[in-house]
Design a protein around this ligand. Sequence first.
Ligand SMILES: Cc1cc2nc3c(=O)[nH]c(=O)nc-3n(C[C@H](O)[C@H](O)[C@H](O)COP(=O)(O)OP(=O)(O)OC[C@H]3O[C@@H](n4cnc5c(N)ncnc54)[C@H](O)[C@@H]3O)c2cc1C
Length: 414
Amino acid sequence: MSTSTRAEVLVVGAGLAGLSAAVRVAAAGVDVHVLEAGDHAGGRLATERIDGFVVDRGFQVFNTGYPRAADLDLAALELGWFDRGAVIRVEGRAHRVADPRRQPTAAVGTAAAPLGSVREKAALVAFSLRAGYAPVGRLLRAPETTAEKSLRAAGVGEAALERFLRPFLAGVLLEEELATSSRYVDLLWRSFVRGSTGLPAAGMQAIGEQLAGRLDSGRVHLRTAVRSVSPGSATTDEGTWSAGAVVVATDPATASRLLPAVEADAPREVTTHLHVLPASPWPSPLIVLGQPRGRLVNSAVVSDAQPRYSPDGRALVASSTLDRSREADVRDEIAAAHGVSPSELEHLTTVTVPDAQPAALPPLQLRRPVDLGDGLFVCGDHRDTPSIQGAMASGARAARAVLRRLRPGAGGAA
Ligand SMILES: Cc1cc2nc3c(=O)[nH]c(=O)nc-3n(C[C@H](O)[C@H](O)[C@H](O)COP(=O)(O)OP(=O)(O)OC[C@H]3O[C@@H](n4cnc5c(N)ncnc54)[C@H](O)[C@@H]3O)c2cc1C
């Protein structure tokens, strides 16, 4: 049965971008509805429970260094934290690479970690300090190249690049050539230097649910896929909505189908294997990086960072590869990363996320247009950076653009 419904603003997609836009527009007193194809709020931040374990759809973390973290009630998320840095394994031996400013006791181990000469280690520190503390404007004015070329030009040597930076960044960028824009990597590294990474007690989906919870009840319509949009309307299988503004906040591929003016960047894929161990083999919560020529990019006992991910104190391990690995093919590598026997790993599930995030190749196009004219708007991580920060920032920009159209006298900068 076809129906026709009206809203002042219609947001298509309840990921972090759409929810950020909707919450801001609603706070300005505007009547807003969100139409979401899936069965949860949060989009790519999705969590399920398997045998009592909290399992995110692919390993991901929240970083408090993101400027838009300020939009969230972090205390309510009850975040559990990873230590800063990572574990690298060289010839079977685990070495901890930590940030000595936050982890004074790890500083000695870091200085001894096999990351090249003293000069090369100093170059790594200098890269971190520049990314972390130089003004953002200066980072964005620096000549742009690929991440790999820029790290080499900064004097970071072969050992630090191959053992630490490449696998660390590959786990975040979901590509290991380090072909990503050096500007994006500078911004990303900034958030790691300035912030901490953690996991909400109820899983990553809780971040989206927190934003959705700020909207009045009945405003987020789950299982409602939008088939087409045009200025002033959106069509679903149940009927047509009319609206003064339509904000397309879907994944990039759907956005470019609904709005031909929008181009989708090549998506990055990741496969994550979840295992259970009787107990954690580590004294503290750290991400173990994959080894050069290995298939893993990283593996982490996520329940060390967030004990609520486990129902009973057993350890939950998330291990990711950039190719579609089968569990049996990487089990030995996962066991070696944690220094346990493969037979101790109990396989819980494996998930492949084909469109995990868009690429951010040079030239980085930060702040792509969100106002397409005629009351049509677009937001999502493909408009800013492929991250939680990028999604939320684009949603905030779209909300300001919508309010400029609907409430022209109310002020507010883009
Ligand atoms: C495995 C993985 C690991 C990641 N790791 C990190 C990390 O550690 N740190 C980080 O910052 N970022 C990470 N990211 C990226 C981050 O999750 C995304 O950049 C961000 O969540 C994108 O939000 P979004 O709102 O732009 O899009 P989405 O979350 O994709 O939201 C779009 C929404 O639109 C809905 N939709 C699609 N089509 C329609 C339609 N026709 N009608 C109605 N609704 C529709 C979708 O169901 C979805 O809910 C990771 C992503 C993945 C998948």
